[in-house]
Design a protein around this ligand. Structure first.
Ligand SMILES: NC(=O)c1ccc[n+]([C@@H]2O[C@H](COP(=O)([O-])OP(=O)(O)OC[C@H]3O[C@@H](n4cnc5c(N)ncnc54)[C@H](O)[C@@H]3O)[C@@H](O)[C@H]2O)c1
Ligand SMILES: N[C@@H](CCO)C(=O)O
Ligand code: NA
Length: 456
């Protein structure tokens, strides 16, 4: 405390501009107004909400707030603020407003994963150049504290892998498919009816929302720059009821995982692989227990071991909780006069899926006749892909190293059989070549699914 100051000194005031008054913004405004006393005590300054920028001042709203706070003039709000909370979403004009705030030396709190994943580097450079802070806990997994634990709590450790269920909509859909046995399209329609899925669900079901979060997590976990373009992304639209049933038969469940891991990149040392795709997980894996629209992030670090962060990944009040945590932390640092951001320290090569090994589950429809199994198995062997388990519909199962008796293999006569193979870890290239050759076998009717497997 400066010489001569006393505890009775008038509290400092920080002018807070809120850009966006929708699902999250309206809850943030409510907390700023309702909890003003407690927030002032924790932040060390009164947080004065000076305005809320919206598209339409007269739009109907769920949360009652003083009408005079609303404005369409975001630019003027930003020009007068010490701290800007950006909850408009989208790239522009959010990006322009954030840069304008940072250039004035005002700190910014945002939940905008799309913008951070596309152009975070520019924003962080602006923050660094002007001694301002840019915080974004709400951008990944909503209310769950995951950004700060990775940036701060684990900053003395070496994170090797992050596996996340970071999209609630797709987890809700996959969980409902798992519980009811229904097809994707039917569950999506029901999720839209219940308000769990957006009218335009593309960003969620195609994995793009999860990919943006994966890019942010990878950048922080590995102290390097990763953008949306670096993320290999596959959504859940191709997951069928029969994939889910086969997973259940094998004691597994299908989750849309965001996976970021350190992988060897030859002489260069470490590289980074970042991907989003439907993934088979054993039912005993902690992420398999994440139901409904919940999110969870599983972090593996050299010294901490495995950690799991779980909770609500979306929703107005939960996401506002993460925003407010950033607001109080940022306010404290403004008062203390010390921006606390630890910047990126290196640039690791992004490694494509062709260099990453993973286990696979492959479903086939084949002619049910003698010799089919050995011909399929030979194709795996030809490409050096080792089989961990094989299941045939009718509950015949070959475990590690066992061989199905020839008599049994031919016992069902003409007709079709469904085979499911799970492989040991193999490269994408070896797996693709195996699948292509299997498709060409005359005894194979079709390859019904190819899914990656984690946690076995
Ligand atoms: N909703 C969630 O559960 C959730 C969770 C995590 C992160 N986020 C992120 O938080 C942000 C806000 O999400 P939301 O769900 O509250 O959005 P929303 O669509 O409910 O609200 C957006 C608000 O921004 C205002 N706005 C948009 N464009 C504007 C413009 N050009 N000028 C002035 N005002 C404008 C709108 O009027 C509205 O008040 C997004 O970046 C989103 O990705 C949302
Ligand atoms: N659409 C996102 C909202 C949170 O980012 C989800 O389903 O998880
Ligand atoms: Na979060």
């Amino acid at each position: 405390m400066a010489e001569g100051s006393t505890l009775t000194e008038a509290p400092r005031v920080l002018r807070v501009a809120l850009l966006g008054g929708g699902t999250v913004g309206s809850q943030v405004a409510r907390i700023l107004l309702d909890d003003a006393e407690a927030l002032a005590a924790r932040a060390g300054a009164r947080l004065e909400l000076v305005g809320i920028a919206v598209r339409n001042v007269d739009a109907p709203r769920d949360v009652e707030l003083p009408r005079e706070l609303y404005t369409t003039d975001a630019e003027s709000l930003v020009a007068s603020a010490d701290l800007v909370i950006e909850l408009m979403g989208g790239i522009e004009p959010a990006r322009t407003h954030i840069i304008a705030a940072l250039r004035r030396g005002a700190s910014v709190v945002t939940g905008n994963k799309a913008l951070l994943a596309q152009d975070g580097a520019t924003l962080f450079d602006e923050a660094d150049a002007h001694g301002a802070e840019l915080n974004f806990e709400a951008a990944v997994a909503g209310a769950i504290p995951i950004i700060r634990p990775i940036r701060e709590s684990l900053s003395g450790d070496r994170i090797t892998r992050v596996l996340g269920i970071v999209n609630g909509t797709t987890n809700f859909i996959l969980d409902a498919m798992d519980t009811t046995g229904a097809q994707f399209e039917d569950v999506l329609a029901e999720a839209q009816r219940l308000g769990y899925a957006e009218a335009d669900p593309t960003a969620d079901v195609e994995g793009l929302d999860a990919a943006a979060k994966a890019a942010i997590l990878a950048s922080l976990a590995f102290h390097t720059r990763v953008t949306l373009e670096d993320v290999r992304c596959e959504g859940i639209t191709g997951v069928t009821a029969s994939d889910i049933a086969a997973a259940q038969d094998a004691g597994m469940t299908i989750k849309l995982l965001a996976i970021a891991e350190l992988v060897p990149a030859g002489a260069a040392g470490d590289g980074v692989s970042v991907r989003v795709h439907p993934t088979l997980l054993p039912a005993k894996h902690p992420l398999a227990a994440v139901r409904g629209a919940y999110n969870a992030v599983f972090v593996e670090a050299e010294n901490a071991g495995a950690l799991m962060f779980y909770g609500a990944g979306a929703g107005g009040a939960p996401t506002a909780s993460a925003i407010m945590g950033d607001v109080v932390t940022t306010a404290r640092r403004i008062i203390a006069g010390s921006p606390g951001r630890a910047g990126t320290t290196r640039t690791l090569p992004i490694v494509g899926l062709e260099s990453v090994t993973t286990s696979y589950s492959i479903g086939l429809e084949v002619a049910d006749e003698p010799g089919v199994l050995s011909r399929v198995a030979q194709v795996f062997a030809d490409h050096g892909v080792s089989i961990e388990t094989m299941r045939q519909k009718l509950e015949q199962k070959i475990g590690r190293g066992e061989v199905l008796p020839a008599a049994e293999e031919g016992a069902h006569g003409a007709g079709r059989a469904e085979l499911r193979f799970v492989t040991h870890r193999a490269s994408e290239a070896a797996l693709a070549a195996t699948v292509a050759d299997i498709k060409n076998l005359d005894v194979v009717e079709s390859v019904t699914s190819v899914l990656r497997v984690e946690g076995i």
